[in-house]
Design a protein around this ligand. Structure first.
Ligand SMILES: [Zn+2]
Length: 263
């Protein structure tokens, strides 16, 4: 009997061995990609992003490089959060599988606005759909719209703002980021909360002399939105600071909470 009791106790302990604040299960992520902008190696950056999010069982990551087929109500319902590592092609007629139809756009907005899926936007993705401007996308995302710009890629320091937010709580106060493009003059949705900035050195080409918004959150209907303008190439995505902020941002967009031990 005593042996049985010990066995039951051991089983109970095994069931609670994970830290209490760890995600109960991996968040379900869909990375949306498939752009063909030559200076951005979307295949390599998507693989790097997938590795960052999959590490230590944080997320169950699926990828679509054919959004025209996969942005449907039925498919998007399978995920907790959509990660956009996409830029729309300038030649849609040559790329029917990557060009979003009106039905794709409607399904994407509905998933976030009405169904409460999270949205995470990486780097150039916020500059998609600007010509012509897709107004609802701009409301959801803000960011690298027609007025944003950057100078040559360079090293810069990313600093946490004083905003209280679950993503920030476990993120580094500042970090020296890998050589990346510093996006400037980004458009922020009205309810944005800027979580991290980088100073744009005016002695550098196109430097503004301002603390530029680098990471922010907003909401679109029921959906939580996390925007990270960094991530030009694989080296920037593998930067430890980028990894921690992005992993925390993805979990927050998916669930509204971030366990302290997500790094
Ligand atoms: Zn870039």
């Amino acid at each position: 009997m005593r042996r049985l009791m010990l066995a039951i106790a051991a089983t109970a302990l095994a069931g609670t061995s994970a830290p209490a604040d760890e995600p109960a299960k991996p968040v379900k992520v869909l990375i949306i990609t498939g752009d063909n902008v030559s200076v951005h190696d979307w295949k390599a950056t998507t693989a790097a992003l997938s590795d960052v999010l999959s590490a230590r069982g944080l997320a169950d990551v699926h990828v679509t490089a054919t959004p025209a087929k996969d942005l449907t109500d039925e498919n998007l319902a399978r995920y907790d959060v959509l990660v956009l590592n996409y830029f729309n092609t300038k030649k849609p007629e040559a790329s029917p599988d990557t060009t979003w139809t009106d039905a794709n756009k409607k399904a994407f907005l509905k998933a976030i606005h009405d169904d409460g899926k999270g949205l995470v936007v990486i780097h150039l993705a916020s500059g998609s759909f600007t010509k012509p401007n897709w107004v609802e996308f701009e409301k959801a995302v803000g960011g690298w719209r027609s007025r944003g710009f950057h100078g040559p890629a360079h090293d810069f320091t990313v600093k946490k703002t004083s905003a209280k937010h679950p993503i920030s709580e476990g993120a580094p106060a500042e970090f020296a980021h890998a050589t990346d493009e510093l996006y400037q003059n980004s458009l922020l949705p009205p309810d944005s909360v800027v979580l991290a900035t980088a100073y744009s050195d005016p002695s550098k080409p196109k430097g503004t002399g301002k603390d530029e918004a680098i990471i922010w959150t907003s909401t679109y209907g029921k959906g939580r939105v996390f925007e990270n303008v960094m991530g030009h190439d694989v080296a920037t995505i593998n930067d430890p600071g980028f990894r921690t902020w992005t992993r925390r941002g993805v979990v927050w967009a998916a669930t509204g909470k971030v366990p302290a031990d997500v790094k």
